[in-house]
Ligand binder design. Sequence first.
Ligand SMILES: *Cc1c(COP(=O)(O)O)cnc(C)c1O
Length: 361
Amino acid sequence: MKTYNFSAGPGVMPEEVITTIKQEFENNERSHMSIVEISHRSKKFQNIIISAEQKLRQLMQIPDDYAVVFLQGGGSMQFEMMPLNFATQHQNIAVLDSGNFSKKAEEAARQIGKNTTILASTKDQHYQKLPTLPSNFDASAFDYLHIVTNSTIEGAAFHQANLPQTSGRLIADMSSNILAEPYNVSDFDAIFAGGQKNLGPAGVTVAIIKKSWLAEQDLTGVGPMMRYQNHIDKQSMYNTSPVFSVYALDLVLSWVIEQGGVAEMHRQNLEKSGKLYAYLDQSDFYTAPVEKTARSLTNIVFTTGNLERDKAIAQQAEAAGLFNLAGHRSVGGFRASLYNAQPAAAVDALIAFLQKVEQNA
Ligand SMILES: *Cc1c(COP(=O)(O)O)cnc(C)c1O
């Protein structure tokens, strides 16, 4: 039986990439030694990391004034690294709270930017809507505004068309929808994304940094590993790079380019998520509670309204080859993650299963 993996992270990777990794692993074509056994300073690995950067630049049309670095520590470390490097003037970070990961970023930021402020939150609406910037928001009093483009747990997203408009600096956590839909990099001053949702395996985190903004910062008291500049100067090899994760990321980026780039991924993701939302919306049995204009393309959240029943159905789905459909432990219900590597056939199989459950209910 064909099985499908709807995990929110680490998430599904392209089948072709997994096959390539398997084939290359023991006798890597590019090294004649496996990728986890070579120096990160070897020419072979340097070529991989340079190629990964070039591909990401091509895919996201990253302007020259932005540096790209590959780091470790996950999205969570960026919650601290961003404030350390960029909250140097006002020690004041503005946060739009659109879900669990904005809250976590805010808690970390508060340790550094003492005056960190949540400008607006949709917590009371269970994050089923997006928070909006207050009309009296004074960007000049803050170092930057932090947003999460896609709330992985609750399923609401700021798409390019509904990004908050600020005259100040903007940092985005794109961990769960980078390369899934287009964003204008120049609308942001920094972007980060952990690898394991839509880019590859865990262990590598991408940061995209506006160099001219970084150059303005006084980093007295910030340790060397936490300074973006050190990683930029050493082309992401300030210390040992996560070689395997960068190698796999490079393969995923090649795969995205072969598929037709971000525009094509976006088209497919609109189609996949649109099909699932359309089914859920016409159903009397399931509901997708996130406001339509704010719906995520990558994490589709839904429920029958009975969390115990949802849990039983998600369990039952495994027998039909559909894995990891249970919602995050903090919200329950269902969450179908439809990252770039999720084939359209997975959505068809999921809808067929949900229909059958509905008919028998
Ligand atoms: C998963 C996730 C994170 C945290 O990533 P880690 O790699 O576990 O630190 C942060 N932000 C978003 C939006 C995420 O989806």
